[in-house]
Design a protein around this ligand. Structure first.
Ligand code: CP
Length: 302
């Protein structure tokens, strides 16, 4: 594995290696060894052309816990405003000695393009509506930590699938790991190509919930709506929001996930988000270990 661009590139063994490495690193970090010398002398660039709270900070924390030097680059306030391209920006940062580039960009395919321009490892931190592989890996890690397995789990991914890079990365990874995924969305927020994806499709959340071990809610991405029909918040939450009544339709053992950022009262009620069945805070914490594992494996830690 030279880059981490898509979960579709990972074999079952490679994906399991990332999860197992993250578990080992979490154990070591949990035993008061906050910082490992593994990537001392390496430089990681966080190249963010889109806003982020969780992904950027956890990649920074992960790199620092492995003793790497970190450069945080945000398009806002940089020479991008003067017309500098992604390629020239990346080559400039590479000239400063970047061994790994973590990139988030609004254009689908940007991470793949970058991988062809720079010498170091490229980690896709979200490209347009395409993929967000480390999110899917931390989601799978969280499922495994909570339920003891991924294989055979029935996972419902619910919401704005049309604009979601998280949905695609999860479908590809969970399929590889042997889970059964059902995508649930209003018809206008389901991609036309979804029938080529390795998953089931439903438009009826209430019918799916009783047969679900994991329900993952997605935010409706109003900022990416162009021609898509955008249901009103009230209409959306009535048909597809997870509230107390819908939570009761799930089997008792089922867990509730959300990659964040969430809109309380729309795709998830505050009561459900804060309930014992919610793994939202665990997902954020696990993100640091999973990103440490990805950096460790790609940047040649030994
Ligand atoms: N889940 C996720 O990607 O969150 P951020 O946009 O805050 O990084």
């Amino acid at each position: 594995m030279r880059h981490l661009l898509s979960t579709g590139d990972l074999s079952r063994d490679e994906a399991t290696l990332v999860l197992d490495t993250a578990a080992e690193l979490a154990q070591v970090s949990g035993r008061s060894v906050k910082k490992l010398p593994t990537l001392r002398g390496r430089t990681v660039v966080n190249l963010f052309y889109e806003d982020s709270t969780r992904t950027r900070t956890s990649f920074e924390l992960a790199a620092k816990r492995l003793s790497a030097d970190v450069i945080n680059f945000s398009a806002k306030g940089s020479s991008v405003s003067k017309g500098e391209s992604l390629k020239d920006t990346a080559l400039t940062l590479q000239a400063m000695g970047a061994d790994g580039v973590v990139v988030r960009h609004p254009a689908s395919g940007a991470a793949h393009r970058l991988a062809g321009w720079v010498d170091g490892a490229v980690l896709n931190a979200g490209d347009g509506t395409h993929e967000h592989p480390t999110q899917a890996l931390l989601d799978a890690y969280t499922m495994r930590a909570r339920t003891g397995r991924v294989e055979g789990l029935r996972v419902a991914v619910v919401g704005d699938v049309l604009h979601s890079r998280v949905a695609r990365s999860n479908v590809l990874l969970l399929h590889t790991l042997g889970a059964e995924v059902t995508l649930v969305a209003p018809p206008t927020l389901m991609p036309v190509s979804v029938h080529t994806w390795p998953c089931a499709v439903s438009y009826d959340l209430d019918a799916v919930l009783p047969k679900t071990d994991v329900v993952m809610l997605l935010r409706v991405q109003a900022e990416r709506m162009q021609n898509a029909f955008f249901p009103t918040a009230r209409e959306y939450s009535r048909r597809y929001g997870l509230d107390r009544d819908r939570l009761a339709r799930l089997p008792d053992h089922a867990i509730v996930m959300h990659p964040g950022p969430m809109v309380r009262g729309m795709e998830i009620s505050a009561e459900v988000a804060d309930s014992a069945r919610s793994t939202i805070s665990e997902q954020v914490a696990n993100g640091v270990s999973v990103r440490m594992a990805a950096l460790y494996l790609l940047l040649g830690g030994s």
